[in-house]
Structures are given as C-alpha cells and as structure tokens.
Design a protein around this ligand. Structure first.
Ligand SMILES: *[C@@H]1O[C@H](CO)[C@@H](O)[C@H](O)[C@H]1NC(C)=O
Ligand SMILES: *[C@@H]1O[C@H](CO)[C@@H](O)[C@H](O)[C@H]1NC(C)=O
Ligand SMILES: *[C@@H]1O[C@H](CO)[C@@H](O)[C@H](O)[C@H]1NC(C)=O
Ligand SMILES: *[C@@H]1O[C@H](CO)[C@@H](O)[C@H](O)[C@H]1NC(C)=O
Length: 531
C-alpha cells in the first residue's frame, strides 16, 4: 500500500531536486560569467596649473579647455585633488605604486645618465591589470628608468611609445619655447654627455622610444603630439576590435617646456602657453571621442597632472588660480612646482565615465594621484598584493556615488631644494595645512625661497586663506588642536613606514654609458629609423 504513494513522493522529491539544481546552476553561471571589465584611460598632464582648467575658474570666462570642460560637465570635477609629489619622477612613481616615495624609494628625479629607476621590488597597477588579461599601453613621458629592467615594457606595459624623461632633458634640431632659450643639437661633437649650461641640456639628443628601441634621436618636438595621438587611437581601436579590456596611460609632454604649439601659435596674440594648452585639450578631446565611439559607457577617463606649474619659466608656466602661496612669494621664491604650497600640489582632475559617473558633479574631497592605483584595481575587481602597505585610497564612491569622503590626512613630500627629498614635512588635515619646512624653489625673476624649518609648524586655514598668506596664531586653541592632531598622525605614519616590510630603495647612480644613445659609434647620437 505504500508503493504508489512512495513513488509519488519520489517524483516530487526528484522535481524539487531538479528545480534546485537548475536554480543553482543558473546563479552559478551568472556569477562565473565575468562582467565586462572597464577600460581605463589615465591622462597625466605635465606641469599643468590648477587654474589652467577653465572649469576650475568659471568666473574667468576663458575658453582654453573646452574638451576638458565638457568632460567635467558630463562627469566629475575634483577640486581638491593633489599630485603625490611636486616633481616628476616621485609623482609618477607614487601614482603607479599607490605609495609615498618613502616607501617606493623614488624621492627625486632620475637623470639622463641614471643607471636604474623605480625599484624592481615595487609593483605597478599596470602590472596587475596586465596579469589579469588587460592590454596595457603607455604613451609619453616615463621618467622612472630607461635601462634594462626599468623600462615601461618591463614594468607592466605591453606597448610603449614616448620619451624616457622630460622633454627639456635633451636637445632637438628645432627647439621649442623655453626660458632660457636653448640651442639646437650640434651636428658634430666630441663627446656624448650633456653639458648643462644656463638650464639647457645641449649635447645629448632627445630620443623617441618605441617599446625598447630608439626610433628617432633627436625626435621632432613639433610632430610629437601627432605621433602620440595616432598611437593612442590605434591602441583604443585595436584593443576594442579584439574585445580586450585595456589600460592606456598617457603621460603628455604638455605643458612642460619646451613648448611646441601648432603654427601659427608662436605669432598669435594668445601666446605660446595658451595655444599649447588648447592643443593639449584638443588631443584629450580626440581621445575621448575615440573612446566614446568604440566602447562608450565602459571606459573611465581620468585626467590629472603630475605637479603644478614651473613658475621660473615665467610666460611659459601655467596658472595656479587663487592658490598663490603668498606667505612664500612675499618673502621671495617660488610657490608652485618643487614646493608643497597649493600651487605645487593641487592639480586639475576630471573623471569621465558616461553611464557610471553622474553628470555635472563636483567633489571637494581631499584626494591624491596615489588613489588611482586602488581605485582602478577595485573597479577591475583585483586585489593588490598584501605584502606591503599603500597610501592611496579607493575613491570609487567619490567617482560613482557622489560620496565626498577623501583622505583625513594627506602628506606632501619635499620635492624641491629644501630639506631631505621625500620627507613628509607638509600635511593636509581637512581644511588645514601645516608646513614644517618652506622655501627652496625659484620664482619667475630668479629669487629662490630661503629654506626654512618651522617648529612649531606654520598652519594655514585653506578655506579662509586660499592664498596661504597668513598662518594661524600659535597658542590659539584652534592652532593647538590642529597641531596636536597633525603631529600625532605624522608620528603614526612614520612608524607605519618604518614597520612596512616592503620599503624600497632606489638606485640613483649615474654613468655616462647609461644615457640613451641610438648609435654609440657616433659622436652625438643621431639616428632616425622612421625616415
Ligand atoms: C612594440 O610592441 C608591439 C606589441 O608587442 C608590437 O606590435 C610592435 O611592433 C613593437 N614595436 C617595435 C618598434 O618593436
Ligand atoms: C594596431 O593594429 C594595426 C593593424 O593590425 C597594426 O598595424 C598596429 O601596429 C597596431 N597598433 C598598435 C599600437 O598596437
Ligand atoms: C550610456 O549611458 C547613458 C546613460 O546611462 C545612456 O543614455 C546611453 O544610451 C548609453 N550609451 C551607450 C552607447 O550605451
Ligand atoms: C552644472 O552644475 C552647475 C552647478 O551645480 C549648474 O550651474 C549648471 O547649470 C549645470 N550644468 C549643466 C549642463 O547641467
């Protein structure tokens, strides 16, 4: 009598079992199927001023950066975004590793004859993206070592086209605009090495490198923008055609001297700097269009700068906006690049990702170029190696969800002539900023700020005093409270670094033979394989 009943029961059991399995398989296959991974385009301007971005100073009604303004209007503008250092190599090293120079070892610039670069113990975000199947390409200025294992193609990039260091660190046949004016390359010469006179590197021609080969030496400054543009478009189109997620890290030569604006800019009344700025903006616009046309809504474009304007270059330097660093300039000396005044550190920042970043948003969260590392990895679903400590924060919620939580504290390393390179002697804490050291940089006109230690520190309230002119009175309750918080946090951070198991030391040795030369049999290193 149980027979038929049991088999009914069994059929029911079987049905339920099949249903459960189907559900499980469905959800499992849903989880396993990888979501389409986003593409990343990181564009880093060189020596651009915070005030160069029109969108940062709408009251000025300038129209030099229409493409960036549009990206900000269709995306996010970050107004309190900082370069991780105020010179080139340390800033780039910190962006690529998400760590302060005291951890990654890069505390000042590499030279033409540097034998090494970013320590090999450091891990870069392109390396991690590459390992997870991203196509990774870099265009532009590297400045983290141009020999052997230090080259971009050994540090996480599948493809590289660009210059190994700054565009003023080698001669060209038709020099761009610089101050002082630098001579063209010599066609004959008795030795290879640069001779540095009056701020010009005259002897060794500036090379253009593709992957690991020098393809032009000297390169043509005036066609560099077109070469970069064409490579960028190929990278975007090729990767999209393959359906492969990609990273394009584009470290522009703009706005670093020598400037080489398109004709007839030199003569135009708007001036050399402005027409270079417009050229850069148009290049950014071309890249944005290519990205929109290929994989719209799946590509994050993040534009920022490596440090503030190079003030000593006068009319060839950018604008710091209202961040004029008056305390310093009143005493003589520069308050932009190579300093930790706002002009040296606060850089333009725009993030554009249609469909993901809400349109026309703005954030005054305290952020840093070091945040690019954890943010990109988080968006790609990759965990960074756990054997080291990081200083960047994941800014996904600021980008995508209009949250405004930035760094509680942000340290700026010494990058100029003052103090020990890399030391964290300037600190942001909310609207406050403390300086333990000032001076060291040259202003337009040639005065250099006297290096000066401050104990107790100078503390400014940036909300009341964007020009950093009048420090808070020492001994006021406001001052004491801030000074105490900052001093405590500084101790904690130094301890954190001291106990980080993965702290690197960069090798800054120089040798003449380490300078890039396409053909050492020639006295002046001159080749042009593109001809
Ligand atoms: C650079 O590498 C890419 C990708 O591997 C390759 O397609 C290209 O031909 C290389 N270029 C040179 C000059 O070696
Ligand atoms: C893009 O693809 C074209 C056509 O296959 C190829 O010639 C070119 O070298 C590729 N460019 C890059 C930068 O990979
Ligand atoms: C991109 O996203 C926007 C906003 O969500 C949407 O209106 C648009 O259709 C999307 N475009 C594409 C090409 O998917
Ligand atoms: C963007 O936002 C600003 C300020 O919130 C507003 O004045 C402006 O009209 C907005 N622009 C667009 C295109 O929505």
């Amino acid at each position: 009598m149980f027979g038929p009943k049991m088999s009914d029961f069994h059929i029911w059991l079987l049905l339920v079992w099949v249903l459960l399995w189907t559900l499980m398989l469905l959800t499992a296959s849903h989880e396993v199927k990888p979501a389409k991974r986003p593409n990343f385009i990181i564009i880093l301007a060189d020596d651009m001023g915070w005030g160069d971005l029109d969108a940062n100073q709408p009251e000025r009604k300038s129209n030099n950066t229409p493409n960036l303004n549009l990206m900000a209007a269709q995306g996010l503008k970050m107004t309190d975004f900082h370069s991780p250092a105020s010179t080139c190599s340390p800033s780039r090293a910190a962006i690529l590793t998400g760590r302060y120079g005291l951890r990654n070892g890069v505390t000042h610039n590499f030279a033409v004859e540097s034998v090494a670069g970013l320590p090999l113990s450091e891990v870069t975000f392109p390396q991690l993206l590459q390992k997870e199947g991203y196509y990774t390409a870099m265009i532009g200025k590297w400045h983290l070592g141009h020999n052997g294992p230090y080259r971009p193609t050994k540090r996480g990039f599948d493809y590289y086209l660009g210059i190994p260091y700054s565009n003023d660190m080698g001669c060209t046949d038709k020099p761009g605009y610089n101050l002082p004016k630098c001579p063209p390359c010599e066609s004959t010469g008795s030795h290879l090495m640069r001779s540095l006179h009056g701020g010009c590197y005259s002897k060794l021609a500036l090379p253009l490198i593709e992957n690991i080969s020098i393809v032009e030496q000297p390169l043509d400054l005036w066609s560099l923008t077109d070469q970069y543009k064409s490579a960028a478009l190929q990278i975007i189109h090729n990767a999209s055609a393959r359906g492969q997620p990609y990273l394009l890290y584009m470290a522009l030569a703009h706005m670093h001297v020598p400037l080489a604006p398109p004709p007839p800019a030199g003569a135009a009344s708007e001036g050399v700097y402005t027409s270079s700025l417009k050229e850069m903006d148009s290049l950014v616009g071309t890249i944005r269009s290519a990205s929109d046309d290929t994989d719209k809504n799946n590509t994050l474009i993040w534009f920022t700068g490596d440090n503030g304007p190079w003030e000593q270059k006068c009319q060839y330097a950018g604008s710091v906006g209202s961040f004029t660093g008056k305390w310093q300039t009143n005493k003589g000396g520069g308050s932009a690049k190579q300093t930790t005044w706002e002009g040296g550190h606060r850089v333009p920042a725009v993030a554009y990702w249609p469909g993901r970043i809400p349109e026309n948003t703005s954030s005054s969260a305290l952020l840093s170029g070091m945040d690019i590392f954890p943010t990109l990895l988080s968006l790609a679903g990759i965990n960074p190696p756990a054997d080291r400590r990081y200083d960047g924060m994941d800014a996904t919620n600021v980008l995508l969800h209009q949250e405004h939580m930035g760094h509680e504290f942000l340290f700026h390393p010494n990058s100029g002539a003052a103090g020990q390179f890399g030391d964290l002697q300037t600190v942001r804490a909310g609207k406050y900023k403390a300086f333990y050291i000032t001076g060291g940089a040259e202003a337009c006109g040639g005065t250099t700020g006297r290096p000066q230690l401050h104990d107790p520190p100078l503390i400014f309230d940036l909300e009341r005093d964007t020009a950093e002119e009048t420090p808070l009175q020492v001994q006021t309750p406001e001052y004491l409270a801030v000074a105490q918080r900052i001093a405590r946090r500084r101790e904690e951070l130094l301890w954190d670094i001291a106990t980080d198991k993965s702290v690197s030391t960069a090798d800054y040795r120089k040798e003449e033979s380490a300078a890039p030369c396409c053909d050492r049999r020639q006295a002046v290193c001159r080749c042009n394989t593109l001809d």
